[in-house]
Design a protein around this ligand. Sequence first.
Ligand code: PGA
Length: 251
Amino acid sequence: MRTPIIAGNWKLNTTVGEAVTLTTALKALVAQERGVEIVVAPPFTALAAVSATIAGSNVCLAAQNVYWEESGAFTGEVSSTMLKDLGCEYVIVGHSERRQYFGETNESVNRKAKAALTLGLKPIICVGELLEEREADRTEGVIAAQVAGGIADLSTTDLLSCVIAYEPVWAIGTGRTATPAQAQEVHSIIRSLVALAASDDIADQIRIQYGGSVKPDNAAELLAKQDVDGALVGGASLDAASFAAIVKAAS
Ligand code: PGA
């Protein structure tokens, strides 16, 4: 059985004070939840404060990005060691906004995932097709290239520490969600790709999240699908009650 994982990607939002307020409210609302992993990904500037706020709770910490080098002359970058030092357990890599606005490629995503794993950080590797790719019937090919590229050369042990997030780009921040059937179709393709790259056993165990306009009123039907093992939530994760409702739908 795969433990569902609900992660909140706060993106470029929250001052330190706002992050602590949001985390404090969330922590209280989900304190009784069991059988679901709860993750928040604040901006880098709020990681330390959120880390202190969630200490001893059932909420864990993720960063939204990481660089693959550990230290040195890389102005503006943040390493896995630094994130571990702040108590991060997960790191999001290859979010479509990083691919779209910051030039991330399957290769850089793979380098980041490898660097994170080396330091014991678990990568949440994001994949997803653009609307025009879906409309041109290219979804499967795009996802195959992103998954194969993202997990290239990872050992089976490393793969078990990875989470894959399927986020159709046309559903992110648009209020337009993939139907549960559309999500399930791509999730099952991703699981087959992992089976091909590793083994059936690893594919059975790896968790695949859906992301793209997940809200309290659509979470349950998406999470009910066989291969949907959680959600990566943007907008709705900035409201403690909404995010808690999504967590409850998974527990
Ligand atoms: P959204 O974002 O829930 O606001 O659509 C999801 C994501 O980008 O991870």
